[in-house]
Design a protein around this ligand. Structure first.
Ligand SMILES: [Fe+2]
Ligand SMILES: [Fe+2]
Length: 377
């Protein structure tokens, strides 16, 4: 069932829009939230006035609001803030809490290599950023200031630096893998078995994490230079590694995402225990409210829960893909993905589970087609 064939993959692709649907059509919703639903009936001056009143366009900025970028993080003009993003999940409150810290034991040589590389990357990053996880002594009476000075906890600024840097790197693997699979498909003139979209979704999802956290801080030139260097090195290393062994690369990302889940879980714990007071009551950035369809009064904490769920999805997807034959197997998530009650608590599908999942997707598809045919009679 998992082996890609023209017969199997074509109907699965065609059905993608039927099963993998973004939960809410947000484009119009987002526009109406910015009170620009009746855009066509307003003169450009009225639009500009309205935009200025809402504080979204700085006075003196370009007088073409439909093309103006309202701030340095977003290249999205406020007026068309909407859902041009790829498929991504929207979580229920229960799903957000259903994420566990998990670690997959390395079994093969390639697994061990991937995990060792993740440990090396983590160590290097901790060393450069001066981070070490120092457990707070039990029954500690230290104040927050003392805990920060003693290196037990990070402050909001340190957390943000760490998160921003990690997210600039995390967006690379999905794009590299998608690029290489795209090129393979062109070169060999055959279909890709549904992997490219899932990988692109992951890359975009990571970039949206970055865009979200960028609204909280403008990084320094030094920080940007570090990102530039890291991207140059990591992109090329990952590119050549993926050409040699895609499975090892997916395993590497799976382990990297285990670390991401751990990092965001610690961040959530810090906020909930009052050790990041500035973030405890901070409102969610608008970009995050749009992307994860959060409530208008959502907090930054809600955003971090959603980000952690995304990381858990990446963990699940990449460990599952690493269990497949990357040349011949269909991507089991081309049509649908398990919900967070599975993705948050399981490291991934083994190959036989993936095969069963594809079979189920096929049956759902057949059933849906039968129902449609019956309805149109
Ligand atoms: Fe991320
Ligand atoms: Fe991730």
């Amino acid at each position: 069932m998992l082996k890609a064939s023209v017969v199997r993959t074509i109907p699965l692709y065609r059905a993608a829009s039927a099963l993998r649907v973004s939960p809410a059509p947000c484009f119009l919703g987002a526009i109406s939230r910015t009170s620009h639903a009746c855009l066509n009936t307003l003169t450009s001056n009225q639009v500009r006035e309205q935009t200025l009143k809402e504080g979204t366009l700085r006075p003196g900025a370009n007088s073409s609001p439909a093309l103006t970028k309202p701030d340095e993080v977003s290249t999205v003009p406020t007026m068309v803030r909407g859902d041009w993003v790829l498929f991504h999940p929207v979580y229920t409150p229960e799903e957000l809490k259903d994420v566990e810290i998990l670690h997959r034991d390395a079994k093969t040589f390639s697994d061990k290599l991937a995990y060792s590389l993740v440990k090396a990357v983590r160590w290097g990053f901790d060393f450069v950023s001066g981070y070490r996880h120092k457990p707070i002594p039990p029954d500690s009476k230290l104040t927050l200031e003392q805990l920060r000075k003693g290196g037990y906890v990070l402050d909001e600024r340190q957390w943000l630096s760490r998160i921003l840097f990690l997210e600039t790197v995390a967006g690379v693997p999905g794009m590299v893998a998608a690029t290489l699979r795209h090129l393979t498909s062109l070169r060999l003139m055959r279909r890709d078995s549904g992997w490219i979209h899932t990988l692109l979704e992951e890359a975009e999802n990571e970039r949206m994490h970055l865009m979200t956290f960028m609204t909280l801080r403008q990084p320094s030139m030094f920080f940007r230079a570090m990102v530039l260097g890291a991207q140059g090195v990591f992109y090329n290393l990952f590119f050549f590694s993926y050409m040699i062994s895609p499975r090892t690369c997916h395993r590497f990302v799976g382990h990297l995402e285990e670390e991401a889940v751990l990092t965001y879980t610690r961040c959530i714990q810090e906020i909930e225990s009052g050790r990041l007071p500035e973030w405890a009551s901070m409102a969610a950035p608008t970009i995050a409210i749009d992307y994860w369809r959060l409530a208008p009064n959502a907090k930054l904490l809600d955003v971090i829960y959603a980000v952690r769920s995304d990381e858990s999805t990446h963990r699940f997807v990449n460990h599952s893909l690493a269990n497949l034959d990357t040349n011949t197997d269909v991507n089991p998530f081309a049509l649908r993905e398990p919900d967070m009650h599975i993705k948050g608590k399981k490291l991934g599908f083994e190959r036989d589970e993936a095969e069963k999942y594809v079979q189920e997707s096929h049956e759902i598809l057949q059933q849906s087609k039968a129902e449609q045919a019956a309805g149109s009679k």
